[in-house]
Ligand binder design. Structure first.
Ligand code: SF4
Length: 165
């Protein structure tokens, strides 16, 4: 699992002041993607124990942060490694977690590992970027087909509950 870049403080990738981690690798190949250099998953710094410790230290030492955002690429490119990452980052930081993905919420529910990842994510921005639905006025998403989903509420109520900004 490789990380391409980290924004230590951003207000663009979700609600509030966030620590954004961009993972390498994506198989969605959306037309109009601005991050196609990330697709193969072979660029970036490998997420080893030392790097994980650095990330946790940076997050826990910044009391301004409202949460963590996972982006890419697609964080779900390698679900097994994502799950291990999520378990550790949640336990060590207790932060609210947003994740972007090119998969739909419904697709993630069908895969046991991806489904388990959702237990550690608070908000999911789902779906491929669709050039025809691009709208620069949207908050936290590129195209109008993408949804900002409250995961906990959606799972508890067995229906998709979105957040509006
Ligand atoms: S999901 Fe994101 S990174 Fe992947 S191809 Fe689509 S826009 Fe690009």
């Amino acid at each position: 699992m490789k990380i391409i870049k980290i924004f230590k403080e951003t207000i663009s990738d979700g609600f509030g002041f966030r620590y954004s981690i961009y993972f390498s690798g994506c198989t969605h190949y959306c037309e109009g993607c601005h991050n196609h250099e990330t697709w193969k998953g072979d660029i970036g710094r490998a997420l080893d124990k030392e790097y994980m410790d650095e990330i946790v230290e940076e997050i826990n030492s910044n009391y301004m942060l409202d949460g963590i955002t996972l982006s890419g690429g697609d964080p779900f490119f390698n679900p097994e490694e994502l799950l291990e990452f999520l378990k550790e980052i949640k336990v060590r930081t207790h932060k609210n977690i947003w994740s972007y993905t090119g998969y739909t919420f419904e697709t993630l529910l069908e895969d046991p590992t991806m489904r388990e990842c959702l237990d550690y994510i608070d908000v999911l921005v789902d779906g491929k970027f669709q050039k025809a639905d691009y709208d620069p006025d949207l908050y936290f998403r590129g195209s109008s087909n993408q949804r900002i989903i409250d995961i906990k509420e959606s799972l508890e109520n067995d229906q998709i509950i979105t957040l509006e900004f």
